[in-house]
Structures are given as C-alpha cells and as structure tokens.
Design a protein around this ligand. Structure first.
Ligand code: G6P
Length: 371
C-alpha cells in the first residue's frame, strides 16, 4: 500500500529517503574510546597490522561500493588494493597469502559468487572481512571479521540505501586498517570519523533535489541511451548510475571514466544524447575538476544534453550544464555518498515514466544465490 511505501508510488523512493538514517545507523557504535571497532573480529590486531595487500570482492552494486573502497583504502593506508568482481576473482589465480585481506561485500551475505570467492581466499590462508547487511548470513559466518551495515531491510530489488551503507562501511574498514598500521594518527582517524558523521546530514540535504531530479527523469524518459561520466571516486558513481538505469528502466546505459572519453566513448556522442556527469569538488581536486570541465565542453559542443551533478556554488559548470543538480560540499573521498543519490532518483523516475515496476524490475532477483 501507499502507506507502506511511505506515501510514495514505489518502495525505492522511500528507501532512497531512508539513506541518512541507514548511514547514521551504520556508523553508530563503530568509533569507541577513540578507536574504530568492527562488529566481530576473529583475527588478532596483529593480523590486521600485518596485512600487506587488500582485495575487495563483490557483485553488482556492492562491487561499485568496492571500487570506491579502493580509492579510500589506498589513500589512507598506502596498501595496494584491488577491487574485483567475485565471479572473476574466484576463477582466476589471485596471489594470496596469510597477509592478504579479502574484503567481501554483500548486502544479502548469500550471493553465490561472493561466498565462493570467500572460500577460495580462505583456502589460501587469506583473512576475510565481510561487510554485510544481514545478520548471521553465510558470508559473515565464514569470515574472520565482520562489519554489519545497518541499512535495514531493502524491498526494492535495485540496491539503494544498502549501497550507501556499504560505502560507509568501506570507509570504516579503511580507517580500521590505517589505525592498525599507524598510517594515520589517532587524532586523524578521529577527524575522518567526524567527517563521516556529518554525511547523514549531507545526504539529507541532497534529498531536497528529489523533485527537480524526478522532473529531469520525466524529460529523459524517451531517450534511447544515457551515458555517465566520472573521474576518481566519481567513476564508480558513474558506473552505479548506469547500472541503476539498466536495471530499472531497461535502457542502454554506460558509465565511463571521463579520461577515457577520447579513447572511444566520444564517438557515441550525438545531438540530444543525455550524458550525466559527476563533477569533483573544485576545492578538493582542482586538477580533476578542470579536466572534467573540458570533457563536458567537448561533449556539449557535439550536441550532448548535459546533466551535471556538481558541488553547490560551483559556478564554472553553469554555462555547460543543460541541467544542474547541486550537491553539498564534502571531502573528496566521501563524495560518492552524496553524488549517487540523484542517480538513484533519476533511474527510478525514468523507469516509472516508462511504466515499469520500479521495485520489481524484470529478470532480476534481490539476491543471486545460484550461479
Ligand atoms: C543482485 C541484486 C543487486 C546486488 C547484487 C549483489 O544482482 O539485484 O542489487 O547488488 O545482487 O548482491 P549482494 O547481496 O551480494 O550485495
């Protein structure tokens, strides 16, 4: 009923609006007496200190959260980090030993490929840390450490609030590793946690753009395809935006690293093609910001319809944005938490306009427990 859906036409919009709470609940209880703590730890602090390489494995949307993790964990810990699709990882010969940490991210904790990746890792003595939204699921049961996301149950098949919660949990894992390794002083860890703690309010602020984004969605409903561009942590956000649109609106959608534009994607640009661009903060990563500005000019000159997600007060994008969606100014590494939200709303609204069931897209299952 509409009441169950929080007065919305579909659950997904309710779940999108629950994201500030999902984030706050995921962070709660993980910074105690000045230290990041996990929910379960069956490996020693020394084991955590000894980690010399990290693989993040997951499927679907959880994999996109893992790509964000790569940027944050590398930056904070100076450990090499690879983000991998579980279905690829498990059939390769990844080089693992007891000092390798495999971070397995799964909302359900039951995804077949992710579970097999965990088993594959453990057979080679690697330690496994699970990030999971479901208490007592198989993946956390078979892991050496667990960090639960507290997004609450998610009804919509396409992941929304569980994605934001996974991204937040990844940051906590990065800080836990930085703390264990001493690559960050305790006061720096405290400051990063404080920055994270401000994110629920930042996401709340982005939700004020929902009506504007829905309107853009209605305008784009007849498009044949949509491209998504981003750089740095905006790249996984672009991939997630494209995945949401495929899943919900059955539309051809591709996410690209903006730096690859000239290596192919620019050939796809034709008049009227909608391109969604995630702009980095002009303050945080000025070089990337400048590069994206020139990318947008290039595609706009070729007639693309630009939908630009940019930091509030970033006036440089106005002349080249056909639609401008403003997000609050947050630390660069944390930007995915705010930048993803308009992508979710856009996909849901395009799907609704096309007459599709936003909560139950065709052919998809909430959790893929068979290969
Ligand atoms: C399915 C769902 C996706 C989800 C993926 C991984 O494809 O439809 O929304 O991202 O599985 O699920 P997991 O439970 O492992 O996070």
């Amino acid at each position: 009923s509409a009441a169950e859906k929080g007065g919305h036409d579909y659950f997904m919009l309710k779940e999108i609006e629950e994201q500030p709470e999902a984030l706050a609940n995921t962070l709660r209880g993980h910074f105690v007496d000045g230290r990041i703590v996990l929910d379960e730890q069956r490996m020693s602090d020394q084991d955590l200190r000894d980690v010399d390489k990290v693989f993040v494995v997951a499927c679907g949307t959880a994999y996109h959260s893992g790509l964000v993790a790569k940027y944050a964990i590398e930056h904070w810990t100076r450990l090499p980090v690879e983000a991998e699709l579980a279905s690829e990882f498990r059939y390769r010969d990844p080089v693992l030993d007891r000092d390798t940490l495999v971070v397995a991210i799964s909302q359900s904790g039951e995804t077949a490929d992710t579970l097999e990746a965990v088993r594959h890792a453990r057979e080679q003595k690697a330690r496994v840390l699970a990030i999971c939204n479901t208490n007592g699921a198989q993946i956390p049961r078979e892991s050496d450490a667990v960090l639960y996301t507290h997004a609450g149950p998610e009804i919509g098949v396409a992941a929304t609030k569980t994605f934001l919660a996974q991204v937040a949990a990844n940051y906590l894992v990065g800080l836990a590793l930085a703390q264990a390794r001493g690559t960050k002083y305790p006061d720096e860890v405290a400051r990063e946690f404080e920055a994270l703690s401000a994110m629920p309010a930042a996401v709340e602020q982005v939700l004020s753009t929902v009506d504007q984004v829905r309107e853009i969605g209605r305008e784009l409903a007849e498009s044949k395809a949509v491209l998504f561009l981003g750089r740095h942590v905006g790249y996984p956000v672009a991939l997630e935006g494209a995945l949401k649109l495929k899943e919900l609106a059955y539309m051809h959608a591709e996410g690209f690293a903006a730096g690859e534009l000239k290596h192919g994607p620019i050939a796809l640009i034709e008049p009227g093609l909608p391109v969604v661009v995630v702009m980095p903060s002009p303050k945080g990563r000025a070089v990337l910001h400048a590069k994206l500005l020139s990318n947008i000019s290039e595609i706009q000159a070729r007639g693309a319809r630009t939908i630009v997600i940019a930091e509030e007060g970033d006036e440089t994008v106005r002349p080249i944005a056909d639609h401008l969606i403003e997000i609050p100014s947050v630390p660069t590494l944390l930007q995915p938490l705010v930048a993803t939200v308009p992508m979710q709303v856009l996909a849901a609204e395009i799907a609704r306009s096309r007459g599709y069931d936003v909560d139950k897209p065709r052919n998809l299952a909430k959790s893929v427990t068979v290969e």
